[in-house]
Ligand binder design. Structure first.
Ligand code: ADP
Ligand code: MG
Length: 267
């Protein structure tokens, strides 16, 4: 059964899109079937997947507002080996129109219902705000992956986000979990980063991924070539880090499976 993961943080520029694109490509490279849903009207995940947002026939708008079936909306020819629901400025209109619609929080969840099992992983790239698009992502998702920079105010922001996630969960999706917290753009020479990183582990324990995404110029360059970093420079520290993250996630899943099999055989 497929797992739906919303990549979210209300702050912009923390590495949501970079994580979505590169984690999806890494998962696809391990032969998993992957879908990326771009819910940010900026369309950065779309462009970073080698799809021109100005040329696409369909976008998340069609999925959310016109209830077009997913298989008619997706782009299959991405540079990352995954399927994509594209975004462009139409998605801004979708955000506005959603407000007028019946069960407006559940549109994405309903759109994915019949397709969840077609994929091993569905990653949703959220916009940098807690608007109706992000709420749709959180209603549809099994879990939220939070990328963050280890900066001075990051912990405060994170606590607020976790608080919001639990409030939202209570209203729209009781089963929503925190998938994990990912340290991005990490610079080990920065003392503050390692202090914040230590506090993060103290507060959130096992939820913090062991894999750390370093600051790496290749990660910033790759999108202008419309490519995940692993197909732009596979030996870069960024490419290796996102492959390691995919590996860590897959191992976590395996361990959970073992645990639930054990508890099932006990009961
Ligand atoms: P968000 O989606 O949260 O707004 P992005 O993924 O678009 O954030 O990242 C913001 C900017 O930082 C982009 O220009 C991106 O290329 C760059 N970037 C992201 N992660 C890294 C990294 N690990 N090292 C260097 N640059 C990065
Ligand atoms: Mg983004």
């Amino acid at each position: 059964m497929g797992k739906i993961i919303a990549v979210a943080n209300q702050k912009g520029g923390v590495g949501k899109t970079t994580t979505c694109v590169n984690l999806a490509a890494s998962m696809a490279a391990t032969k998993r079937k992957v879908l990326v849903i771009d819910l940010d009207p900026q369309g950065n995940a779309t462009m970073g997947s080698g799809i021109d947002k100005y040329e696409v026939a369909h976008s998340a708008y069609d999925l959310l507002i016109d209830e077009m079936p997913l298989d008619r909306v997706i782009e299959k020819e991405t540079s990352g080996g995954y399927d994509l629901v594209a975004a462009n400025s139409d998605v801004t209109a979708a955000e506005v129109k959603l407000m007028e619609l019946f069960s407006r929080e559940m549109r994405l969840r309903n759109a994915l219902k019949d397709y969840k099992d077609h994929y091993d992983y569905i990653f949703i790239d959220c916009p940098p705000s807690l608007n109706m698009l992000t709420i749709n992502a959180m209603s549809a998702a099994d879990s939220v992956l939070v990328p963050m920079q280890c900066e001075y105010y990051a912990l405060e922001g994170l606590t607020a986000l976790v608080d919001t996630i639990s409030k939202l969960a209570a209203v729209v999706n009781a089963d929503l979990k925190i998938e994990g917290i990912l340290r991005t753009m990490y610079d080990p020479r920065n003392r503050l980063s390692s202090d914040v990183s230590d506090q993060l582990k103290k507060h959130f324990g096992e939820k913090v991924y062991r894999t750390i995404i370093p600051r790496n110029i290749r990660l910033a360059e790759a999108p202008s070539f419309g490519s995940p970093v692993m197909y732009y420079d596979k030996s870069s520290s960024g490419a290796k880090a996102y492959l390691a993250l995919a590996g860590e996630m897959l191992r976590r899943e395996e361990q959970h499976k073992e645990v639930s099999v054990e508890s099932a055989s006990v009961g």
